[in-house]
Design a protein around this ligand. Structure first.
Ligand SMILES: C[S@@+](CC[C@H](N)C(=O)[O-])C[C@H]1O[C@@H](n2cnc3c(N)ncnc32)[C@H](O)[C@@H]1O
Length: 212
């Protein structure tokens, strides 16, 4: 993990600027709607691989209900500057025992976290929290300039492998395919409709959104 830490520490100051194109705004809107639909006021939310606190920016989760965890001190430093009232912890989430006094009600792993950790680990953690809702956004393995710079640290899973992995702990998941290649659409509302219409199609999508 040392190298992932080095990469994200280096990227931290400019990380937010990478993701400001219309397609990123549309991806965020789709993910935010799904997270908000899973969140209930008073839920205890764990955001693993929280980075610079992107989930806080895009969702309605208040600081009282939120805790962010990230292995990169640089990313957490940016998050703390942006959101001084929120709780963030610098930790390799694989070192969390998950024998927690009170489990989170909702676990978020947005943009690649399960690819870095390995799905097996992610599933193992969730197995300790059978009541915990979750939403994860995984890289699908399709060429994606947005995550190219950490490619060698990602493990890529097919939808079949994802389903099989969760079935080992008796949990069924819904998988959506986010962000198909698009051509010539510049209006974010049109782009949003276009992308929403393709969520069921897992082929050629840049990300898989897993909900359970
Ligand atoms: C692509 S960024 C996503 C950040 C944020 N969730 C977002 O949506 O912008 C992936 C984050 O996962 C963190 N990460 C990778 N492996 C980790 C681990 N084992 N424990 C904690 N954080 C980790 C990285 O430091 C990085 O901040």
């Amino acid at each position: 993990m040392k190298n992932v830490v080095e990469i994200y520490d280096r990227e931290a100051a400019s990380y937010d600027q990478r993701y400001v194109k219309p397609i990123h705004i549309v991806e965020d809107r789709i993910i935010a709607d799904m997270i908000n639909a899973r969140y209930t006021e008073g839920d205890h939310v764990f955001d693993i691989g929280c980075g610079t606190g992107h989930v806080i920016t895009i969702t309605d989760i208040p600081k009282e209900d939120y805790a962010g965890f990230d292995i990169s001190p640089g990313m957490v430093e940016v998050a703390r500057k942006k959101f001084p009232g929120h709780v963030f912890k610098i930790v390799d989430v694989r070192d969390i025992g998950w024998n927690l006094g009170s489990a989170p009600n909702l676990m978020l792993a947005v943009f690649g976290q399960a690819n870095y950790l390995g799905l097996e680990y992610f599933v193992h953690a969730l197995n300790r929290m059978p009541e915990t809702k979750f939403l994860a956004v995984l890289y699908s393995g399709i060429d994606n300039p947005d995550c190219e710079y950490t490619k060698e640290y990602q493990t890529i899973y097919s939808p079949e492998e994802i389903r099989a992995s969760f079935s080992t702990i008796g949990r069924s998941v819904s998988i959506s395919g986010l962000s198909h290649p698009h051509h010539g659409i510049s209006d974010p509302d049109e782009l949003f409709k276009d992308q929403i219409s393709k969520l069921e199609d897992l082929n050629e999508s840049k990300y898989f959104i897993i909900r359970g």
